[in-house]
Ligand binder design. Structure first.
Ligand code: HEM
Length: 481
């Protein structure tokens, strides 16, 4: 995105427009609006005011305010000085100074039945990291989750994790690189990996081994001829930060890593820029690095709750038990795309491979972008959409109705040893049950024409924890109760 795009809010303003009641509602943080007395229009029961303060009742779940709790709990060695104005309140970035003001002021509720960052309209920038615990203490783990929860809640409101201190003799409580930036639609989403429940040698470090979900135990089976890098997958815990500003994401991961010091270390991290799917009907369909519209036929937040419960959200009757209800599974595939080869393919061949027209994104059976593909339609004696095209193989009609919520991002990481672009798709699918919603569909990619231009380099599955309840102290609390 160019600077002029940014100041015009292009490509980033989709979230701003979302009014859908089923989507995680956005909160306008405009100080001008909220200074007028009552809560600004659009503020939900989980909303915050312009200084990022939550409503009174949600600030004091256990007699402590969350601000006080942050200082008194596990972050004690970081700087004190709570109670001052938050960084966002201190100095808001001026419109035209980088990302437009309105985009930078947007925030999403942190608490709710489901975590944010799943059906939240996909933001433009992503920064994901997995962590390995360096402690075997259950208490330390719970304290870390508590500290992360408090820090994440503040950051998603556009506040530093601790208010700026004037104590020149102590390190600042927040690393400070986004003081005054605003939340920029930041969502922070937490998940757990297989090794949190049991390590490869069978050790149950945190006494939760009996709660291992089948989907984590089984993982994602190897695809034919794939060679994945184990160092780029796995991990005890995963955090995904998404926002409209890469610096806001970087700050979130920087500070959460700092908070984890002595308890967890970062195992791998992935930057993604440019969303490759829409998760709300209000959003324009973006394009991937092969230049095709991606995310046309995706699960969208506006779909009936019944469908979301069937495809996306873990139910209390599912195998892992009620502690996980309201969560979902995040399956990722880091896929390198052979851009140099693809770029030299004739347009017709590119379209035949995907099964859609490049410019409009319409299925090759005709119509417009959102016209349903017709896999029976013939053209010149052959199917208009080839049976081994990507869309034909992935479409729910040819997969017993299976659907997934795709929420992937493009990546570019320089050049490989042959001088080719090291770029591709950090593919993310969110599903209620990977064995039903993801793995059977993924396995069909071995017949996919698209596979000739791809190399899968890393993969893992995590359980995204249920939402943080109003009175919860930390994310994933039910797992330990
Ligand atoms: C770099 C790898 C990939 C590229 C470039 C790619 C690209 C695309 C494109 C251009 C579309 C058509 C637009 C749309 O309906 O969203 C599409 C659809 C789709 N893709 Fe992929 N994709 C990739 C990997 C995957 C993977 C790993 C999966 C999951 C196993 C997947 C699942 C789907 C599904 C379910 C659809 C919707 C099909 C439909 O309902 O018509 N894709 N993809």
């Amino acid at each position: 995105m160019t600077d002029s795009d940014r100041s015009a809010g292009r490509g980033a303003g989709d979230a701003e427009e979302s009014q859908d009641p089923t989507a995680t509602p956005a909160v306008d943080e405009s100080p001008a609006k909220s200074g007028a007395g009552g809560p600004p229009a659009g503020v939900t029961p989980h909303g915050h005011d312009s200084a990022g303060h939550g409503r009174g009742e949600r600030e004091k779940p256990h007699g402590f305010s969350r601000r006080q709790f942050l200082g008194l709990a596990g972050l004690g060695t970081l700087a004190l000085g709570l109670g001052g104005a938050g960084g966002y309140g201190l100095a808001s970035r001026k419109a035209g100074d980088g990302m437009s003001g309105a985009v930078m002021k947007k925030s999403y509720p942190f608490r709710g039945e489901h975590q944010q960052g799943i059906i939240t309209p996909a933001q433009q920038q992503m920064h994901t990291a997995a962590f390995d615990l360096t402690t075997d203490s259950r208490d330390d783990l719970i304290q870390l989750l508590t500290d992360w929860t408090l820090a994440a809640e503040r950051m998603t409101m556009g506040e530093p994790i601790q208010d700026p201190s004037t104590d020149k003799g102590a390190p600042p409580g927040d690393t400070g690189e986004t003081y005054g930036s605003g939340p920029a639609s930041l969502t922070i989403t937490f998940g757990v990996g297989k090794s949190l429940f049991r390590t490869d040698d069978g050790t149950d470090r945190f006494s939760i081994g009996d709660r291992m979900p089948v989907a984590l135990e089984n993982g994602i089976p190897k695809m034919a001829a794939e060679k994945l890098d184990p160092a780029r997958g796995g991990g005890d815990l995963i955090i995904e930060a998404c926002s409209e500003d890469s610096m806001v994401n970087l700050h979130a991961l920087h500070d959460l890593t700092r908070v984890a010091f002595g308890r967890a270390t970062m195992r791998w991290t992935q930057l993604g820029y440019g969303r490759t799917s829409s998760t709300s009907k209000d959003q324009e369909t973006p394009r991937n690095l092969f230049g095709f519209k991606d995310g046309t036929d995706n699960i969208k937040a506006e779909e009936p709750e019944e469908e979301l419960n069937k495809r996306l959200w873990i139910q209390s009757t599912d195998d892992q038990g009620s502690w996980a209800a309201g969560g979902t599974y995040l399956c990722f595939r880091k896929i390198k795309m052979m851009m140099e080869v693809w770029d030299e393919l004739a347009l017709g061949e590119q379209e035949r491979t995907i099964g859609r027209d490049k410019l409009e994104g319409a299925p090759l059976s005709g119509g417009e972008e959102f016209t349903d593909p017709d896999f029976q339609k013939q053209s010149g004696g052959a199917p208009a959409i080839e049976a081994d095209s990507h869309v034909a193989l992935m479409h729910p009609d040819n997969n017993s109705g299976r659907r997934m919520l795709r929420r992937g991002y493009n990546y570019l990481e320089g050049v490989d040893y042959l001088g080719r672009l090291d770029a591709g798709l950090f593919f993310i699918a969110l599903v209620r049950d990977p064995a039903d919603g993801f793995i059977p569909v993924l396995s069909k990619m071995s017949q996919d024409l698209l596979t000739d231009y791809l190399q899968h380099v890393a993969s893992s599955v995590y359980l995204v924890l249920p939402g943080v309840g109003e009175n919860d102290t930390y994310v994933g609390q039910k797992l330990f109760s």
